[in-house]
Design a protein around this ligand. Structure first.
Ligand SMILES: Cc1cc2nc3c(=O)[nH]c(=O)nc-3n(C[C@H](O)[C@H](O)[C@H](O)COP(=O)(O)OP(=O)(O)OC[C@H]3O[C@@H](n4cnc5c(N)ncnc54)[C@H](O)[C@@H]3O)c2cc1C
Length: 198
């Protein structure tokens, strides 16, 4: 699709959702779509303040600048590690991605009131919870349906938790793409067994 059609469809969805009191999250896909995704979001938040959020990927080197720009415009961020590979533009290894995730979290906690921390990594979740003892922000922790469900249920006893559920006619293709991108087949099998109590 071209940018204008994307923007038109996005504005339509946002109007419909916010008119019905529903918050809308905008996913972030491959690197070549980041500029247009942020542009459409920034163009929309003035009209739909507090009803729209955008995903930012900690594996992308550009994300610190993006986070600053979005927060300066009162945007709402969902921080993830990032599911796509963009050699030359991203942090490659887990340690660098985790370090950047923590760096971005520190900035977000300091400068933003409301946001989402979307990860299944208990170290990231513990760091966020420690930061929130100091900052007392409106934080929601988010996980993908089927991954670490027990952790989500446990965390929901004390914190706001959301579970991301692929929904719609194309959900099988969507889930399959996520599986391939993450390259996490063994982790998914582990999670399935854990969810069955095995
Ligand atoms: C709510 C939500 C929305 C997201 N939206 C986007 C988006 O818009 N754009 C985008 O690029 N990415 C998105 N992601 C995916 C994200 O970028 C990561 O690829 C994904 O969350 C795995 O990273 P992690 O933070 O869990 O950390 P990791 O370090 O990858 O994993 C930490 C631990 O969690 C468990 N785990 C992680 N993934 C799996 C899995 N697939 N199966 C089983 N166990 C697993 C394992 O025990 C692992 O050791 C989203 C994730 C969530 C939770």
């Amino acid at each position: 699709m071209d940018y204008d059609l994307f923007k038109k469809n996005y504005s339509y969805i946002l109007s419909l959702a916010s008119g019905n009191g529903i918050f809308t999250w905008l996913d972030m896909e491959e690197r070549e779509y980041i500029d247009d995704t942020i542009r459409a979001y920034m163009g929309a938040i003035g009209k739909h303040k507090k009803m729209a959020g955008i995903c930012i990927q900690a594996n992308m080197e550009r994300s610190y600048a993006d986070v600053k720009k979005i927060i300066a415009n009162d945007g709402i961020i969902r921080l993830v590690k990032g599911a796509y590979s963009s050699p030359g533009f991203q942090y490659e290894d887990k340690e660098s991605i985790d370090n950047n995730f923590i760096k971005l979290m520190n900035y977000i906690f300091l400068h933003s009131e409301k946001f989402m921390i979307a990860t299944h990594d208990v170290r990231m979740i513990s760091t966020a919870r420690r930061l929130n003892i100091k900052y007392k922000r409106d934080v929601t922790y988010a996980m993908l349906n089927g991954i670490r469900n027990k952790l989500a249920v446990e965390l929901a006893k004390t914190d706001n938790v959301a579970v991301y559920v692929p929904f719609g006619r194309e959900w099988v293709a969507y889930s399959y793409r996520r599986l391939k991108e993450a390259g996490h087949l063994s982790l998914i099998l582990k999670s399935l067994l854990e969810n069955q109590g095995i």
